[in-house]
Design a protein around this ligand. Structure first.
Ligand code: NAD
Length: 507
């Protein structure tokens, strides 16, 4: 079993930054980190100013010059070792996730597993960087393309997947030969800080992977730093748009994944038990704080709606809300008191807007955790697309049911929503499912699969205001994002044939 050196613990009271292969501390602003299940402060995070960001970027730039020259095979070996260390230390990583985020330990394990799958993909980097070669594009002329790293890449990540979303970025960026600076969410940075020590212990040279903790000031310093070549962002849409506009204006390559309002369509022929069970997990798992959470269900037909709602109500009777560390818990707390207030405001707004609050979780008290940020599951029926509870991303355990008459009407509702991250259809009809998959204006589509998060060998991204940029996260798109193509055309004259000067375009 792998043991961390005690002196290198990153879970002490004050969380600094990981720069040049070690944890460093800098004076300046700090932010308390809470356990959302108790509301008590468990750590304090330092917030990097622009000097600390520049320090990390400079370390990364220095490390890049040697790292880019290592063979892809050597980089893959670091990733293989990293994967092994992640598995050996999974319990500790998941404990940090649950402590700071609040999700259940089982959910944390699922998140880590999906992150590890991206590391496994990065282990195949020699194959992924093989390039393209064409012999004899002209007489005695060969041509090939190779994919070179960009330099220093930066990643900015949200609170809701503190281990997985950063792993969508840095394993592939690093395997491609880049150096990386991560700015994790200021609400739950410890899992990434711990993973940084594992990467170092896996043999990654100091300075290739760095972490600066902080908030918007830190992000703005990364966006302004001229050495940073690319930015990968995941978070809410307004911030994604800001990062995309500012980053591209500053000449950087940017992919910015934003928020979501994911719809499921339940057709009259669906297996109702399966549809309701799948929706329960997809809507309320992780307290609805997933970018792929189902937050709207469009039921086709009045009978479908009544049956579906009654199934969901029954399911909610058996759902246990408790600390993520409780083995009975299906759903933990929301991330913060501020967010809890925001979600509660939306529930009040929904009632004012005229939606029917069929299940009201506002009075829930979790015994022993009275100061935790808990909210019981909520279910709205007869939601109308003109309502704000329909339009806005609530990011909590609140499911809205909209009623439609036909599949076409249901699909038009989905298409008109400004977000286009994920969607799903529940049906037994292959023709309806195929029509849905072919025509719906959403980036990730499930057929009887409520959370169609693409496997690591594909790429993750939404349409419309859920993604700014051209390339998706992880998978083949990430290899493209973290490299730039260079095409070489080569001629070795043979047979003593001398070229005469030619003034027409080469053909
Ligand atoms: P957020 O936008 O508040 O924060 C994301 C990151 O941006 C954090 O690191 C934060 O420090 C930084 N940030 C916040 N405000 C900023 C500002 N004004 N200027 C510069 N940087 C700023 O998001 P969050 O609350 O941490 O996460 C939840 C959001 O993330 C939801 O909208 C969710 O849908 C989205 N999300 C999207 C995906 C996806 O793949 N599309 C995945 C996970 C989460």
């Amino acid at each position: 079993m792998y043991q961390r050196e005690p002196t290198q613990s990153t879970t002490t009271a004050t969380i600094g930054h990981f720069i040049g292969g070690k944890v460093i501390h800098r004076s300046g602003r700090t932010l308390p980190i809470e356990d959302p299940a108790t509301g008590s402060t468990i750590r304090v995070a330092e917030l990097a100013d622009s000097d600390t960001v520049d320090e990390a970027v400079n370390f990364a730039q220095k490390a890049f010059s040697e790292w880019r020259a290592t063979t892809p095979l050597k980089r893959a070996r670091v990733m293989f070792k990293f994967k092994q260390l992640l598995e050996e230390n999974a319990d500790e990583i998941c404990k940090l996730i649950t402590e700071e985020h609040g999700k259940t330990l089982e959910d944390a394990r699922g998140e880590l597993q999906r992150g590890i799958e991206v590391v496994e993909y990065a282990c195949g980097i020699p194959e992924l960087l093989k390039g393209e070669h064409t012999p004899s594009v002209g007489t005695n002329i060969d041509s090939w393309s190779q994919f070179q790293p960009l330099g220093v890449s930066a990643g900015i990540t949200p609170f809701n997947f503190p281990a997985m979303v950063p792993m969508w970025m840095y394993p592939i960026a690093i395997a491609c030969g880049n150096a990386f600076v991560l700015k994790p969410s200021e609400l739950d940075p410890s899992a990434s800080m711990f993973c940084a020590t594992l990467l170092r212990d896996a043999g990654l040279p100091d300075g290739v992977f760095n972490i600066v903790n902080g908030d918007r000031e830190t992000v703005d310093a990364l966006l302004a730093n001229p050495i940073v070549q690319s930015i990968s962002f995941v978070g809410s849409t307004p911030v994604a748009e800001h990062v995309y506009v500012t980053g591209t204006k500053n000449g950087k390559r940017v992919q910015a994944l934003g928020g979501a309002k994911n719809h499921a369509i339940v057709m009259p022929d669906a297996d109702m038990d399966q549809a309701a069970n799948a929706t329960l997990g997809a809507a309320y798992g992780s307290c609805g704080e997933r970018c792929m959470a189902i937050s709207v269900v469009v039921c086709v037909g009045e009978e479908t709606a009544s049956e579906f709602i009654s199934n969901i109500q029954q399911g909610l009777n058996n759902l246990t809300v408790d600390s993520g560390f409780s083995s009975d818990s299906d759903m933990g707390p929301l991330i913060s008191d501020r967010h809890l207030e925001r979600v509660r405001d939306y529930i009040e707004l929904g009632v004012d807007e005229g939606a029917e609050l069929v299940v009201d979780g506002r009075n829930l008290v979790v015994s022993g955790h009275e100061k935790g940020h808990f909210l019981g599951p909520c279910l709205f029926d007869r939601v109308n697309p003109s309502m704000r509870i329909y339009q806005d991303e609530i990011f909590g355990p609140v499911l809205c049911v909209v009623r439609a008459h036909t599949q076409e009407e249901a699909m038009a509702i989905v298409d008109e929503h400004p977000y286009g991250n994920g969607t799903c259809i529940f049906t037994r009809d292959g023709e309806a499912a195929r029509f849905f998959a072919e025509n719906i204006k959403v980036g990730m589509v499930g057929i009887n699969v409520p959370l169609p998060v693409p496997a690591a060998v594909h790429s993750f991204g939404g349409w419309k205001r859920s993604l700014f940029g051209d390339l998706y996260a992880y998978g083949p798109d990430a290899v493209k994002f973290y490299t730039r193509r260079k095409t070489i055309t080569e001629r070795w004259p043979s047979g003593g044939v001398r070229e005469q000067a030619r003034f027409s375009f080469p053909s």
